[in-house]
Design a protein around this ligand. Structure first.
Ligand code: CS2
Ligand code: MG
Length: 402
């Protein structure tokens, strides 16, 4: 069996998605997500110029060997562009293997460990009242776990507060738009938000919050401590994770569970945080962390420290990634939770899929492979459009973290 052709499809049904399609000499094909928000075309070039020429003629059944070939063979290892490209190949190959075997990917991995995959949705609003209402809306939709983000008085365009309530999408400008940030105002505000949510709805639902890399370690420690009465499921990306030692300081001060990893690419980014038990959830994803083959290594390392998974699932990860992630989540023994931000109806139409949401859980579906396809004709109607995440500066003009 041989890989006969491979090509990259770029489409923008509301936002940009990059998809790799691998075709075999036996008529079976597989697809993988290669989307890297705001740097989409770099992955396209990596795949078209450097990966696809090597793939042609390879045996698609040798998923592990092809992974090692692309990782070790590049000499320049790791990084989001490289690892998203490898992930796309890996996901497409698992899809092919599943179709060849007539099995869903979770069965190839060892079978389901659970019936449904608990997901969290995004409730956001311009202020506390709007966010509390949005949480209520998600409760009505059946969600068991809800992430809450709110506008902060005195801050224009805080992270996590979108224009649409269900389809939050900040990558909306041809060049990055400017937002202004003030951590003190944020720290004053967030504990009030969670107090209000708990007062209104009680403690039945899981609540989550994303700090989006904006705090120093001691600020994160203060927030974690202030949020302890709200009993969060997790506080995400409390501080930038380049300096992993920082998490020691946060841990010394608070029992609020910590999650990190959406911008991690390999097990090496996670290793110290996991081995020193500085986090509770590892949020690496199929598309940005080298595909199912590598994510499995990360999850297995985490498992021996009782750290659970909590894969990133924002709308900039395509339905192909969501499908693959749900198969992974269905299998992985140390599953924690899966993020689920709904894609727009246009995106769902371009990527017909088997997965579904029901009463707070997602189900991968039992189609062979990952169960997600791409309608290439429809995809062609939505050409690439440059779109960037915003940037953030402090009030005095200092460049800050988005
Ligand atoms: C996020 C995303 O979903 C999340 O937790 O942090 O909104 C993230 O900002 C985007 O995926 C970046 O592309
Ligand atoms: Mg996040």
């Amino acid at each position: 069996m041989k890989i006969q052709s491979a090509r990259v499809i770029v489409t923008c049904p509301g936002r940009n998605f990059v998809t790799l399609k691998i075709e075999t000499d036996q008529g079976v094909f597989g697809i993988g997500d290669a989307t890297l928000n705001g740097r989409e075309l770099s992955v396209v070039s990596y795949l078209e110029d450097h990966v696809i020429p090597c793939l042609i003629g390879m045996d698609p059944r040798r998923i592990e060997d092809i992974w090692q070939y692309l990782y070790r063979g590049a000499y320049w290892r790791r990084g989001p562009v490289t690892m998203s490209a490898i992930a796309a190949v890996d996901t497409a190959l698992w899809d092919i293997k599943g179709k060849m075997a007539g099995m869903p990917i979770y069965d190839l991995l060892g079978g389901k460990s659970r019936d449904g995959v608990m997901v969290y949705g995004h409730a956001n609003g311009a202020d506390i009242a709007e966010t509390v209402d949005a949480v209520g809306h998600y409760i009505d939709l059946g969600y068991k776990a809800i992430r809450a983000q709110s506008g902060v008085p005195g801050i224009k365009d805080a992270y996590g507060v979108g224009r649409g309530k269900l389809f939050y999408e900040p990558a909306d400008a041809a060049l990055p738009s400017l937002t202004i940030w003030d951590t003190k105002k944020y720290l004053d505000h967030i504990p009030k938000l969670f107090e209000k949510i708990r007062d209104t709805y009680g403690f039945e639902h899981h609540l989550l919050h994303d700090g989006h890399h904006r705090m120093t370690p001691i600020e994160a420690a203060q927030l974690g401590k202030a949020l302890e009465p709200a009993k969060l499921f997790w506080l995400e990306d409390a501080t930038p994770a380049e300096n992993q030692e920082a998490f020691k300081l946060i841990r010394q001060h608070t029992t609020t569970p910590l999650a990190v990893g959406e911008i991690f690419n390999t097990i090496w980014d996670c290793k110290d945080l996991i081995q020193n038990q500085l986090i509770d959830y590892i949020r690496a994803t199929v598309v940005h962390a080298g595909g199912i083959t590598h994510l499995r290594r990360i999850a297995d390392l985490a498992a021996i420290y009782q750290i659970k998974t909590g894969s990133h699932g924002a709308t900039d990860l395509s339905p192909v990634c969501m499908g693959a992630a749900l198969h992974f989540d269905s299998w992985v023994p140390n599953f924690g939770i899966q993020e689920y931000m709904r894609h727009t109806p246009e995106t769902d139409e371009v990527f017909p899929h088997n997965y579904r949401f029901e009463q707070g859980y997602m189900y991968a579906g039992d189609a062979p492979g990952h169960g997600v396809d791409i309608d290439e004709k429809l995809a062609a109607k939505y050409p690439y459009q440059p779109a960037y995440l915003p940037v953030a500066r402090l009030e005095d003009g200092t460049m800050f973290n988005w």
